[in-house]
Write a protein that binds this ligand. Sequence first.
Ligand code: ATP
Ligand code: MG
Length: 557
Amino acid sequence: MSETAPSHFIRQIIDRDLAEGRNDRVVTRFPPEPNGYLHIGHAKSICLNFGLAEDYGGVCHLRFDDTNPEKEEDEYIRAIQEDVRWLGFQWAGPVRYASDYFDQLYDYALELIDNGLAYVDQLTPEQIREYRGTLKQAGTPSPYRDRSSAENRELFEKMRAGEFAEGEAVLRAKIDMAASNMNLRDPVLYRVLHASHHQTGDQWCIYPMYDFTHPISDALEGVTHSLCTLEFEDHRPLYDWAIDNTSVPARPYQYEFARLNINYTVTSKRKLKRLVDEGHVDAWDDPRMPTICGFRRRGYTPASIRRFSEMVGVAKSDSVVDMGMLESAIRDDLNTNAPRAMCVLRPLRLVIENWPEGQEEMLTAPMHPQDESMGTREIPMTRELYIDQADFREEANKKFKRLVLNNKEVRLRYGYVIHAHDVVHDDDGEVVEVRCTYDPDTLGRDPEGEDRKVRGVIHWVSAPRSQPCELRLYDRLFTVPDPTRLEEGEDFLDYVNPESRVTLTGARVEENLAAPEPESRYQFEREGYFYVDPDSRDGAPVFNLTVGLRESWPRDA
Ligand code: ATP
Ligand code: MG
């Protein structure tokens, strides 16, 4: 086990099981249903399952929980594998599918029937619901509950042969219609679904339910610790029942941990699908989405997501994690690892009157201020530059540490000290150009003379030798911390942040980044961390704001 891995209750269980000899190795699984793209909550489950297997020298399986043929798609199967690999994990053996076990599951169902532990029920779905009772009231046994094993076998075979329509018959476990845990009131094990399946085609017209499929699949794969989220706690007795009452070859155990919830977003595939289907975002990998592919396109690194998932830990009760924690994980990573560059978001022309027309000087700048090993880059200095509109004011108080007309000097990052003495306005009175002079004696040193304290440092690019680019500035997807807490008549989509994406098409970046490496990340100095979007073309780069330089939102629970 790795030195740095934080301990938590699941590790304690594993340590105990290994010490007591209940298991001699650790086998976990990650079991997504292929009905959507994976989100950050799944990332936590992936890091936990694959991470534990790694730390204990065991293995983790990837198994698609594909028992709902109607909602599942191949696109999701492909994307989920890509996401797991991108996070840095590799499953042991082949990609597995619960549907690989349909034959065995069918045989275990027959075994239950033969032992008088399952029956074919022909109540309607509505009747089944009524007969189930309530939390306060015991259920009523179905009139079909006491059929003989032989009759049940015959009917179940007919179900399989396609002789029943959907809803006409189900196979139910025979457990206890008065159980206080509703999940034990003769749960359905199989239902008729005349649907074709992405893996098994039209081979089956009956499909096993999750609660029956999952424990049996775990046992068939030799899974030792089957980790799931808390909502399955009440299903655990059924998990154990299925294992204890069939002749499966192994004894897995289920343990539950808290779901990861993050504020200002949603982590439910159903809700994420609505955001996509109803056009609130471009796609599942829109950089605003809390999907793994969305974070990837936003510029998050796999390491930052793994780090985050370690930071949130493994708890036994649900809570909401601040989005700021995820942002600080990526910020820390990029602060250390992202090379620096200058990009002007909203350009304002600046002319240096005492700089000769046509003259260029290459200035040298480090790729990273604290990491010499990243090397240096050259930046052309010319008579006409762009600075950011936000970095100039005609008048300002002392707090404004940037360029002010007829005021103190500022330094151009990596360059000279300049003084602004004139502006040009357009017909609307907007400043369209700033006229300056520079001091040639100030490259790499402070200006000499009384009262020449430099007011601040601003970033810039050369006007003729910079690259036009598109910037996509992202903000939180929702305007409220919990978009699922709704008043009567509201929908979570009402709280989508209309300013969650602002596109700047006139930005200018150092010409070094005219054709940046795909998937590379930069700190645009004084602005934030940016990622090269796959929409980039040579000579037309597009950058996504991954995260700002500093925490800009108040922390709130
Ligand atoms: P959703 O509610 O978003 O559809 P799900 O639980 O139905 O999620 P599955 O594909 O069934 O999605 O989940 C695969 C695994 O990921 C399960 O073990 C599940 O418990 C886990 N998981 C899903 N959501 C979270 C979450 N928010 N935090 C931690 N683990 C999660
Ligand atoms: Mg599910």
